[in-house]
Design a protein. Structure first.
Length: 626
C-alpha cells in the first residue's frame, strides 16, 4: 500500500507569507492569530484586564510617570484636551482645548509635557512641567516686572565692604522646579548704588513672584567705572553671595555686603534664556539636557536646554536647525544613543553630538536619506525612549528597522511585508513602538487598513534572535482599539506588562492569568503554510491526516483550505487537555495542489499551545481533472 508522506514542521521561527511558502515549505504561517510564542512553539495569547480604578471614557495618549521612591502612575489625556494624573482621576492637572496629543519625558522627578498635533508642537502653545501634585504649569517663567527696586547705603561696617564705585542690583525669581527667571532690568526694576566704600547696602521693594515662586535671588555687578544709562542688559551679572531670599513674601534685604572678588557665580546665562519654551512634537533627555523638537513656527528646529537645567533654553544659541531645506519636512522624533542625538524626519534620519560649543554649533550629519519615522515611531524601552541591546528600532513606512550604527539592510518585518503594508499611511504618525526587554517582546501599535487610529498590535518575539530570520510575529486585535501603548514594570510583581489606553474607554493591562480580554473572547487561531509533498509541484495531492502536539482547554475547530481558499473543508473538532499524553491526529480527506490547516478556538477562556505538527499527504493525480 502506498503510504502518505509526512511533512513535519519543527521549526517555529517566524511568520511567512503565503507567497514565500514555495521556498520555505516547512515553515508555518499565522494570520492575526493573537498568539504568544515560546522557544518551542506558540500558544493563544493571554488576556487584558481594565486597570483598577481607571475607567475614563476615552484615552488618546498615556505615559508612565515614575518618581523615585514612589509607586508608578500614569499621565493620560482625554479627548477635549484634559490631562489627568492616575492618582487623582477626577480632577485634571492641565486643560488645553483643542489638544489632540502630547509628548512627555521625566527628568529630575518632574514630568515635562509638550502638547502637539503629531506633526508639530501645538500652535501658540508651550512646554509644561508637573511635579507630581497640584496642577501642571508653564515651564520656565517670566522675569520680575512692574515694580521699583530701591537700594541705599547702610551703616559703616568697619571694613572695606561694597567697594567704592557704581554697582547695579536686580532680582530673579526661582520656581518650584528650580528654574531661575531672567532678571527684571526694565525701567525701575533694577537699582543703582554709588557706593562710598566701607558701608553695607539695604534693598527694598523686592517683588513677590507669581504662584509657584519659592524664592528670589539678588544679582549684582562688580564696580562699573564707565556705566552708561540703558546698558544694564550688557553688563556682567553675578549671583550675590548669600543673596537668596528663601520665601515669596519678604520684600527687603538689609545688611548686604561683599567684596568684588567674592562675585564668582556668573548669572549671564539668565539674560538670554527663554521665558517660555514653545511646544514641540517630541521631547528627548539627552546628556541631562531636555531637547524639544518641531515647534509650529520652526518645524526643523530642536531647542536644547542647559545641562541639568531642563527649563533653561538660550534664545541666542540654545538650538540647532536640522536641514530646513530638505524634502523631509520638519523634525518628528529623536533618541539619545551612544552619546549622540539622533533626529528623524518623516523620510530622513540625522545625527549630531554635544560638542564643547553651544548647540547652535553642533554638526548635523545625514544618517539615512530614505529611512525616517513619525513622532511615536522610535522604540521606547519601558518608561523612556531609548535603546536595548545597544540598538534602537524605527518604524518606517517600509518596515521596522534596527539601528546599530547604521540601519540594517533588511527590516525586522521583512517576512510580514504584506501586513505591514496594511498600515494606513495617512495616519502613520499614530504608529507607536515599545520594547519589553524582560520578556524579549516588541509591540507596534498601528492603524490597519481603513482605520484612522491604532486598531491592532504587531507582536514580535525576539527570544531566539533579534534579526529578520529569528523574530516571530503575530498580530493582536482587541475588543477596543489600542490607541496608545506603553510597557511598564509592575511595582508589586516586578514583572513587565503591556498597558494600552483606548479612545473607546479605559486603560487596560496585560494579565498572565487571563484567557479573555476584560470579559470578551480572544479569537485565537493559527494557520499553517500551504503543504505539498517534495517534488510534486503542480500535482493534485491527497491530504489524509494532520497530527499535532497540542495542549490547552476547550474545543479546537479544524479546517483545510486550498490555494486562495476557494475550497475549504471542516473536520471534527478536537477536545483539548492540558496533559493529553499523546499527539492528536485529525483524519482528513482533502484533494488540492497544496493545502493549509487552520486551527481555531472560538469560545471564551478556551486556549491552546502547539509545539509540533505533521501533515500526511501523497500525490494523487499528475493534473487536475477538468
Amino acid at each position: 500500500m502506498y503510504e502518505h508522506t509526512p511533512v513535519t514542521v519543527r521549526d517555529f521561527r517566524g511568520r511567512y507569507n503565503r507567497g514565500d511558502s514555495e521556498s520555505v515549505p516547512t515553515q508555518f504561517f499565522v494570520d492575526e492569530g493573537n498568539l504568544i510564542y515560546s522557544r518551542e512553539g506558540f500558544e493563544s495569547r493571554r488576556g487584558f484586564a481594565v486597570v483598577p480604578g481607571l475607567t475614563p471614557a476615552n484615552v488618546l495618549r498615556v505615559h508612565e510617570y515614575r518618581r523615585i521612591g514612589e509607586t508608578s502612575r500614569y499621565i493620560y489625556m482625554m479627548s477635549g484636551g484634559d490631562f489627568f494624573d492616575s492618582i487623582n482621576p477626577s480632577s485634571p492637572i492641565l486643560s488645553l482645548a483643542g489638544c489632540v496629543d502630547f509628548a512627555m519625558v521625566v527628568m529630575f522627578n518632574r514630568a515635562y509635557i509638550s502638547p502637539h498635533d503629531r506633526v508639530t508642537g501645538m500652535t501658540a502653545q508651550k512646554l509644561y512641567v508637573y511635579d507630581g501634585s497640584g496642577v501642571a504649569r508653564a515651564a520656565a517663567g517670566n522675569p520680575p516686572s512692574g515694580f521699583t527696586l530701591t537700594v541705599a547705603e547702610g551703616g559703616a561696617t568697619g571694613s572695606d565692604q561694597i567697594e567704592k564705585g557704581k554697582h547695579l542690583f536686580a532680582i530673579v525669581f526661582e520656581t518650584s522646579s528650580g528654574f531661575l527667571t531672567k532678571p527684571g532690568l526694565n525701567g525701575t526694576e533694577f537699582a543703582i548704588l554709588t557706593a562710598t566704600g566701607g558701608k553695607e547696602a539695604n534693598l527694598s521693594g523686592i517683588p513677590v513672584g507669581p504662584s509657584g515662586t519659592v524664592a528670589r535671588h539678588v544679582l549684582t555687578t562688580k564696580i562699573l567705572p564707565e556705566y552708561q544709562t540703558g546698558t544694564q542688559s550688557f553688563q556682567e551679572w553675578f549671583f550675590l553671595p548669600d543673596g537668596k531670599i528663601p520665601d515669596n513674601t519678604t520684600t527687603v534685604k538689609n545688611n548686604v555686603k561683599f567684596f568684588d572678588v567674592a562675585l564668582q557665580d556668573s548669572a549671564d546665562r539668565l539674560l538670554d534664556q527663554l521665558s517660555e519654551v514653545p511646544a514641540g512634537v517630541f521631547l528627548v533627555d539627552y546628556e541631562s539636557r531636555l531637547c524639544v523638537g518641531g515647534e509650529a513656527a520652526n518645524k526643523s528646529t530642536i531647542r536644547v536646554s542647559d545641562p541639568a537645567l531642563p527649563e533653561s533654553f538660550s534664545a541666542v544659541d540654545g538650538f540647532c536647525n536640522v536641514n530646513p531645506g530638505d524634502a523631509g519636512g520638519g523634525v518628528s522624533n529623536g533618541v539619545a544613543h551612544r552619546g549622540s542625538l539622533y533626529i528623524s524626519k518623516a523620510q530622513r534620519f540625522y545625527g549630531t553630538n554635544a560638542s564643547a560649543g553651544a548647540p547652535s554649533s553642533w554638526p548635523i550629519i545625514s544618517v539615512d536619506s530614505g529611512v525616517g519615522t513619525e513622532c511615536f515611531g522610535i522604540s521606547s524601552v519601558l518608561d523612556s525612549r531609548g535603546h536595548s541591546r545597544d540598538q534602537f528600532l524605527v518604524a518606517a513606512r517600509a518596515g521596522l528597522y534596527q539601528y546599530l550604527g547604521a540601519f540594517n539592510e533588511r527590516e525586522l518585518t521583512w517576512n510580514i511585508k504584506d501586513d505591514w503594508a496594511r498600515i494606513n499611511q495617512i495616519y502613520f504618525n499614530k504608529v507607536q513602538v515599545c520594547i519589553d526587554p524582560q520578556r524579549e517582546w516588541i509591540f507596534v501599535a498601528a492603524p490597519l487598513d481603513s482605520e484612522t487610529e491604532c486598531s491592532h498590535i504587531f507582536y514580535g518575539d525576539y527570544s531566539e534572535a533579534l534579526d529578520p530570520e529569528g523574530i516571530k510575529w503575530s498580530i493582536w486585535d482587541f475588543p477596543k482599539h489600542p490607541t496608545c501603548i506603553l510597557v511598564k514594570v509592575d511595582d508589586s510583581t516586578k514583572k513587565t506588562k503591556l498597558v494600552f489606553g483606548s479612545s473607546q474607554g479605559n486603560l487596560h493591562q496585560y494579565d498572565d492569568a487571563l484567557r479573555n480580554d476584560f470579559g470578551t473572547m480572544i479569537n485565537a487561531f493559527y494557520e499553517t503554510t500551504l503543504f505539498e509533498p517534495e517534488g510534486s509541484a503542480g500535482q493534485i495531492n491527497h491530504y489524509a491526516g494532520f497530527r499535532q502536539r497540542i495542549r490547552g482547554s476547550g474545543s479546537l475547530t479544524i479546517q483545510a483550505a486550498n490555494y486562495d481558499k476557494t475550497v475549504t473543508e471542516s473536520y471534527p473538532g478536537v477536545s483539548l487537555s492540558t496533559s493529553p499524553g499523546r499527539e492528536i491526529l485529525t483524519r482528513l480527506d482533502f484533494l488540492a495542489e497544496r493545502a493549509s490547516i487552520r486551527c481555531v478556538v472560538s469560545t471564551i477562556d478556551h486556549y491552546f499551545s502547539v509545539n509540533r505538527y505533521v501533515m500526511f499527504c501523497r500525490p494523487q493525480w499528475t493534473e487536475r481533472p477538468e
